[in-house]
Ligand binder design. Structure first.
Ligand code: LLP
Length: 424
């Protein structure tokens, strides 16, 4: 599933022992495997090849310029949710004509940037947004390309914070209102509305919710076509699972086996917006043990990495497999894995919050101050969600390729913490 493996008792990323990186750039540090990113991208391309989809990597999941550059070189387009993400794609030299832009709160400045870049699609999330997009496109003398994001009311059976395709969420336009939407705006002179966008949640551990959402959408597209609207593209969004070692997650081929037959021969251009499934297992967070501590009821392993560096455990109770980088035992990266002599510990950071943990009641082998711990499956929604809370400078990022590695983001300094507040 990835290129992190234990060789002679030392965790390697591709051919580089992660300890060498820690020695050079310190900890905590995010380490990504370039070839795992490529493998995962190519696996999706291969699985969906029959549909020749445009793959738009979801920038929000892993936004480092050098990662975007690597995926752009593979031919990837990009899914963005803000002007800032569009700026990142441009700065990485990505092809802006392969950008799709979703989000319920696009500002005028952000829309104008998308218009100027002539992005592939604005994934429109409301009537009010469509009217604003049309007004701005008209003023700029441009014809924008619009996809209506429909909310199909399908339960992706994932965390409630990452469910997006259910009626009660803020995303998209209720699928029952979609025909009225086309009736009102389908012939707009400033926005060519000829596509449907879906994104129902993340991560989705089965193809079934996609099947349900796509079937509902295909029926809608049929009705729209009969009504004289030339819908020629469907963007099925992202949300494909990654293997965190907790539940068996489908492979790209498993999703494709269910999804491709639904879409073949329909005269539709297909877009996918994967994020997690490409980046998640291509990255680890490497952190160092600072102290071991006996609490009143629990044992604590206190690390230099904290919720500020990886917030997923605190925010979603997410499971990340954690194991020492030096280990005679080769662990199975699963929630059930227990090694002889392991002890139950909470792995926590130094932030002033009880929600500051990387793992709770986790079986760890004996560790001591100075040991390195690898937090696996941290490539997606890891660094991008980090913060400077408690005035903690954001950590470094490193990209490994074969036996070479290079920093792709320097560790922030104390000066970075105050830079935007100075000289005012
Ligand atoms: N397209 C749209 C419109 C999205 O909103 C998202 C993710 C994606 C694509 C990519 O989904 P993916 O393939 O990565 O699952 N912070 C959460 C995940 C939030 C996902 C937000 N939208 C986490 O750490 O699990």
């Amino acid at each position: 599933m990835d290129r992190f493996e234990y060789r002679n008792g030392e965790l390697h990323c591709e051919d580089v022992p992660v300890r060498a990186i820690a020695d050079a750039v310190g900890t905590p540090v995010y380490i990504y495997s370039a070839n795992t990113l490529r493998d995962h991208y190519r696996r999706l391309v291969g699985a969906f090849a029959e549909l020749s989809p445009l793959i738009c990597f979801s920038v929000k999941s892993l936004a480092n310029l050098h990662v975007l550059k690597l995926l752009a070189a593979e031919g990837s387009g990009f899914d963005v949710v803000s002007g800032g993400e569009l700026f990142r794609v441009k700065s990485a030299g990505g092809d802006v004509r392969k950008v799709v832009y979703a989000g319920v709160g696009k500002t005028d400045a952000e829309i104008n940037a998308g218009l100027a870049a002539e992005i592939a699609y604005f994934n429109v999330e409301s009537e009010a947004e469509f009217e604003n997009l049309s007004r701005l496109a008209g003023a700029a003398g441009k014809v924008a390309h619009g996809a209506l994001r429909v909310n199909p009311d399908v339960d992706p059976k994932t965390h409630r914070y990452t469910t997006t395709g259910k009626k009660e969420t803020k995303f998209g336009v209720d699928i029952e209102r979609a025909e009225r939407f086309f009736f009102a705006y389908g012939k707009d002179p400033n926005v060519r509305l000829d596509a449907i966008h879906l994104h129902i949640g993340s991560p989705i551990y089965s193809a079934q919710p996609y099947v349900e959402a796509i079937n509902k959408t295909l029926a809608l597209i049929d009705r729209l076509r009969k009504g004289g609207y030339a819908v020629n593209c469907i963007d099925i969004g992202g949300g494909f699972a990654a293997d965190y070692g907790q539940t068996g997650s489908p492979t790209a081929a498993d999703y494709a086996a269910e999804i491709v037959p639904l879409l073949r021969g329909k005269g539709l251009r297909i877009i996918l917006e994967p994020g997690r499934t490409i980046g998640c297992n291509a990255g680890i967070l490497l952190t160092k043990v600072l102290y071991l501590k006996e609490g009143g009821e629990r044992k604590f392993c206190i690390t230099d990495g904290a919720m500020t560096d990886l917030i997923r455990p605190a925010l979603y109770d997410a499971f990340h497999f954690i194991w020492p980088a030096k280990s005679a035992i080769v662990p199975q990266r699963s929630a059930e894995f227990v090694a002889d002599g392991a002890m139950k510990m909470d792995i926590v950071g130094g932030v002033c919050e009880s929600s500051d943990f990387l793992a709770k009641e986790r079986m760890l082998p004996p560790v001591q101050r100075g040991d390195l711990l690898a937090v696996f499956s941290a490539g997606a929604y890891g660094f991008v969600m980090s913060s400077q809370y408690n005035a903690r400078p954001r950590v470094a990022e490193v990209l490994v390729e074969g036996s070479k590695w290079r920093p792709i983001r320097r560790r922030e300094t104390y000066d970075d913490l105050i830079a935007a507040e100075q000289g005012l």
